[in-house]
Each structure stands twice: as C-alpha cells, then as structure tokens.
Write a protein that binds this ligand. Structure first.
Ligand code: SF4
Ligand code: SF4
Length: 495
C-alpha cells in the first residue's frame, strides 16, 4: 500500500445558483493580467450545453485524456512520437474560436460623452487586436439557454440519449437545466502531467495539487491537449501554460481557495483523501461501467489503523491524517457514495466530485406523495432530465450508479418531509430507506452537512506552510500584475 494524501473537493450541484461569484473571485486574484484575459480557471456552465471551451467534452475533436489500447493505457493524443510530430502544429488544440476573443470597452467614450439626446454607449474592442469587434462568444455564452435546443442539441453527452428522450427534453413544459461549476480536478492520473514533454507539470507530494513550473515550461501546450477537461491554458504574453493552483498559497495560510470561500450557494466542500497510489494504473484500466467503483476502491479509510500506519511510513503528517479523518469529501464520496467524478471515462481519476442535481429529477414525481412507496422507483424513470444523461456525465454511462445516488438523496428529502410536515406513513418512509440503502442516522448526517454545516465543517484545510515559509520575506502583492501572486521571477519568453 502506497498511501498518498490528496486535497479533494465535492461540489453539490443542487445548491449551485449559477451566480458566477466563484469565477469572478478567481479571476480577480489569479488571471486579471495580460495573456490571461480568456482564462477561466473556474467557470460555470449550463447543462445540457456545449461548455467552455466549446465542446470540451468531445474527445474525438480534442483527443484529451486516456484510452485503453488492449491491456495498455495510453494518452488519446498519442505517445511520445505523436507528441513530437505535433510539437509545432497540434491539430487537436482548441483555437481562439473555441474559447472566445477577449474584449473590453472604450469606457472613455461613455464617461466623456457630451450631453446629447442619445444614451451614450461604450463600444467593445478586442483585447487581442485593439480593434472594434462584434461580440459573438464568451466564456458562459449558453448561460441559461443551455437547456434549450439552441445549445443542448450540440452537447456531446446529450447525443447519448435516444431520439425520444431528446425530444422529451425539449418539450417546453419539461425544459430543464442545471449549473456545472468546473475547476481543475487535480487528477490522480493527470493527462496534463503525462503529456508535458518538458516535465514542467508536477503533482505536489504533500497534497496532490497539480502545478506548472513557470521556470521549466517551454510553452509546447501539450498539457492543453492532454487535459480532457481543458483546464490548462496558454498565456500568450509569457509563452507559458497556466492552470488552477487550488489556491495553494491560501491553503497554506489555512484559508480555503477563493472560489470555495466566495461561493454564494455554499455548494463547495474541501478535504483530504488518502488513496493507494500503487493502484492508480489498475483502477484507470477498469471497464467504463466500473470506473466510479474503482475510484472509490482506491480511496482508503483514514480511520483504519493499517492505513494510518502506512500513511505515517510515507511521511504523511499527523495533522494531515487528522484532516483526512475529518474530511467532508470522504463522507460524501466514500461513506455515503453520493458524489461522483465528472466523465470518469477520460480515465484521469479526477479528484473533484459532484453530487448530481436532484431538483430537476424530483420535480415531476411530485404528484401524490402518498403513492410514495410504490412509486419510488418509477418516478426516477419519469425524470425530467433522463438519468442516462446524468450517467453520461458522472458515471461513464453506468445508470445504476446515478440511480443509487438519487435513491439516497430522495430518502433524505423524504425524511425531512416526514420530520417537518409529518404527513408520510412511517411504513412508507422505512421502505424508502431500505430500498435506498441508507440509515435514518446517515440521512440526518447528509442533511446536516448539505444544509446546515458552517464554513469550518465544509472546509477541512490541513495546515501546510511550505511555500509560504520559502516566500515569507517577499510581498506577493507586488507580483500581482506580472506573473501572478507568488511568482518570484517574472517568466521570460525564450525566443
Ligand atoms: S483536470 Fe487538471 S489535473 Fe486533470 S488533466 Fe486537466 S489540468 Fe491536469
Ligand atoms: S459561487 Fe457557488 S453558487 Fe455561485 S455559481 Fe459559483 S459554485 Fe454556483
């Protein structure tokens, strides 16, 4: 057993209100500078929809992540030879059209406009060419229209549905969408790390955060290609790639990442997971339908004395082990099996998990709660958002995994209803608990962590101060406009 520690997250999608506060908090700290205009380390998408960059989920287009070739696991973009062949022209890279042309406005025309009968307007100008431009795309262009046939029809996961299901989804009275906030998943089997020819990307030993060394990066952009989630970005001004750093400088001060801290819906949970690194390859090779279970299997029980001893032997600090024992992520992912990885079929073993949204599913089953016991499962089949769509997103098509989550979530809701409204026969609620495989105590704990938990319960940040110790004598604020906080030397282009 090779125990490693990983700072991991859970996003509870039922609670996301799509306010984008998280994206703006991140943008203002990390990417509000030249070359990073188009970067959204945190972005929020409307699903079904095409996302950012457009169609990022389509790996026939972008060739990110891993695939199985016989018994071997290999990068979908090809091996070392293919990487070298594409080094000066990589046809699978997203282009500016797939992101968008960043723009600003001529604010002076607005502020200094002479008095007149017309309302003054600020014209948009391109941040790339400086010329006037017509805005035709943006990082959240399909916001709230994601559920409509304007965008959802092009959603790669949507294409897994039957024609009838697709038509049902677009029936006006059944129209449904939900929000999907995304950051780098800090994957255990990161495609970006494997793809980098310069060895510039690394996974920090102490917490598994994936970082790009700005000194070593040569701007080959293979990480952009290798990441199936398109969460590394190329900064044109420095000639280096950049990505979400899970706010490690904040974490080292005991603070949660900025997007977590500012999240209005309180959908975000942060904690430590211990996992067995010796099993990464074996788990990533499992058949699609088993990938969720495999990832859960890889995550170790931090209360098990054998795991604790092996963790200590690997140099994991007592405080980190204590944080793992106290981790809300462990509870959601392993204990309750409520949180699932996004597109596990990319085989990167992502360490950000999602509780799928129940709301659009449950809302059609509302007629007659009294038929609850008999109707409990058929209501899932009548869901407004087909379970198959959610399975395409969160369990590599394994509908049973998503159904199991929904049974538990519904049991939690019904328990709350029984407790607050008291209009459900006890025998029916008991039946629901039995079929969902959750105890009333567990349901209560799920309810508490979902609805009532305060900041400290949602964010179990272990104390680590390595980088902060190194940089204690410098003021990171002075670097903000150059290379971002914490960059000691501004990156230089080498050609
Ligand atoms: S999600 Fe993050 S860690 Fe995973 S492959 Fe992409 S950039 Fe790398
Ligand atoms: S701040 Fe929270 S609630 Fe708002 S969009 Fe981001 S994740 Fe969703």
């Amino acid at each position: 057993m090779n125990v490693r520690s990983q700072t991991a997250s859970v996003f509870h999608l039922d609670k996301c209100i799509g306010c984008h506060t998280c994206s703006i908090a991140c943008k203002n700290i990390w990417t509000d500078r030249r070359g990073a205009e188009y970067m959204w380390w945190n972005n929020v998408e409307t699903k079904p929809g095409t996302g950012y960059p457009t169609l990022w989920e389509d790996q026939e287009k972008y060739r990110g992540g891993w695939e199985k070739a016989g018994e071997q696991l290999r990068l979908k973009m090809g091996g070392r030879a293919a990487t070298l062949g594409n080094i000066f022209h990589n046809p699978s890279l997203p282009t500016m059209d797939d992101y968008y042309e960043p723009w600003t406005y001529r604010y002076n025309e607005l502020f200094n406009a002479p008095e007149g009968s017309d309302q003054p307007a600020a014209r948009p100008v391109s941040m790339v060419s400086g010329r006037d431009m017509k805005i035709e795309a943006g990082p959240n262009w399909d916001d709230d229209l994601g559920g409509s046939n304007v965008y959802a029809a092009n959603d790669p996961t949507f294409k897994t549905l039957s024609e009838k299901e697709q038509q049902q989804l677009f029936a006006l009275e059944r129209m449904v969408f939900f929000y999907l906030p995304r950051i780098c998943n800090h994957c255990a089997n990161a495609g970006c790390v494997a793809a980098c020819p310069s060895g510039a990307i690394y996974k920090r030993g102490e917490d598994g955060i994936v970082l790009i060394s700005q000194d070593k990066c040569r701007g080959w952009r293979m990480c952009v290609s290798g990441c199936p989630y398109k969460k590394t970005y190329y900064a044109w001004s420095s000639g280096k790639s950049e990505k979400c750093i899970l706010c490690y400088p904040r974490q080292e001060c005991g603070e949660a990442p900025a997007c977590f801290h500012s999240c209005v819906g309180r959908i975000r949970y942060l904690g430590v997971l211990l996992y067995d690194a010796d099993r990464i390859e074996e788990m990533a090779k499992r058949p699609d339908a088993e990938l969720v279970a495999a990832q859960r299997e890889m995550i170790l029980n931090p209360h098990d004395p054998e795991v604790v001893a092996a963790a200590k032997k690997n140099g994991i600090d007592d405080k980190v082990i204590a944080a793992a024992q106290n981790s809300p992520v462990y509870r959601f992912v392993k204990e309750w099996k409520l949180a699932l990885p996004l597109h596990p079929e990319f085989r990167t073993l992502p360490m950000l998990f999602y509780v799928p949204p129940l709301l659009p599913v449950l809302s059609t089953s509302g007629e007659g709660m009294t038929r609850l016991g008999d109707d409990f499962f058929s209501s899932l089949e009548q869901a407004r958002l087909p379970i198959r769509y959610l399975a395409g997103l969160f369990s590599a098509g394994n509908e049973a995994e998503v159904e199991a989550v929904y049974r538990k979530l519904m049991a939690v809701r019904l328990q709350r209803r029984a407790e607050t409204v008291d209009d459900l026969p006890e025998a029916e609620t008991r039946k629901v608990f039995e079929s969902a495989g959750i105890s009333p105590e567990q349901a209560d704990a799920v309810y508490r962590l979902t609805s009532l938990a305060g900041f400290k319960e949602r964010m179990a940040v272990p104390p680590m101060q390595r980088e902060q110790g190194i940089e204690a004598t410098e003021d990171p604020q002075t670097r903000k406009g150059e290379g971002g906080f914490g960059t000691r030397r501004p990156p230089k282009r080498r050609w």
